[in-house]
Write a protein that binds this ligand. Structure first.
Ligand SMILES: [Ca+2]
Length: 152
């Protein structure tokens, strides 16, 4: 946990990945939240949704709430590390690009990844995260989701 009184950077308007845990359903692997305050990096609220599947093809279903029915730019913030996999997202059963490459020799935030403009409905929308492979250097298929931003 962050030190009380310390400034925890929280990205403006972000839907924190770690707060999507209650709605998260995975076909394989545990889904937890992970504090990232021991790593040097700019994660929102210094915490992420941490999914640990062990193979390609595993899928994580999340519910993302949109304030109104309209087209938003969907932006995701993820984590890279030496044992992370590559993922593809689908929004309401429609695949969106790009594939997010998870491998890095160090634990680092990806920064913003845009999935383009996607039509969302007011309230619950289905976000599926599928592991589609990994870098040959990666030791695993882990996935870290810092958060999402819906840009009107
Ligand atoms: Ca976060």
């Amino acid at each position: 946990m962050p030190v009380e009184g310390a400034t925890v950077p929280t990205s403006r308007g972000i839907i924190e990945g770690e707060r999507l845990r209650a709605s998260a359903r995975a076909t394989a692997g545990p889904v937890d939240t992970q504090d990232l305050d021991t790593f040097p990096g700019d994660w929102s609220d210094l915490s992420q949704l941490w999914w640990r599947p062990t193979r390609s093809g595993a899928r994580l279903d999340l519910t993302l709430n949109a304030p109104e029915t309209k087209t938003y730019e969907l932006i995701g913030y993820f984590t890279r590390a030496r044992d992370y996999g590559d993922i593809r997202l689908s929004v309401n059963n429609r695949p969106v690009g790009p594939v997010v490459k998870g491998y890095s020799p160090e634990v680092v935030p990806t920064g913003p990844v845009s999935f383009g403009r996607v039509p969302l409905r007011s309230g619950a929308n289905a976000i599926a995260v599928e592991v589609v492979g990994k870098d040959t250097r990666s030791a695993g298929y882990l996935v870290g989701i810092d958060g999402f931003v819906l840009k009107p």
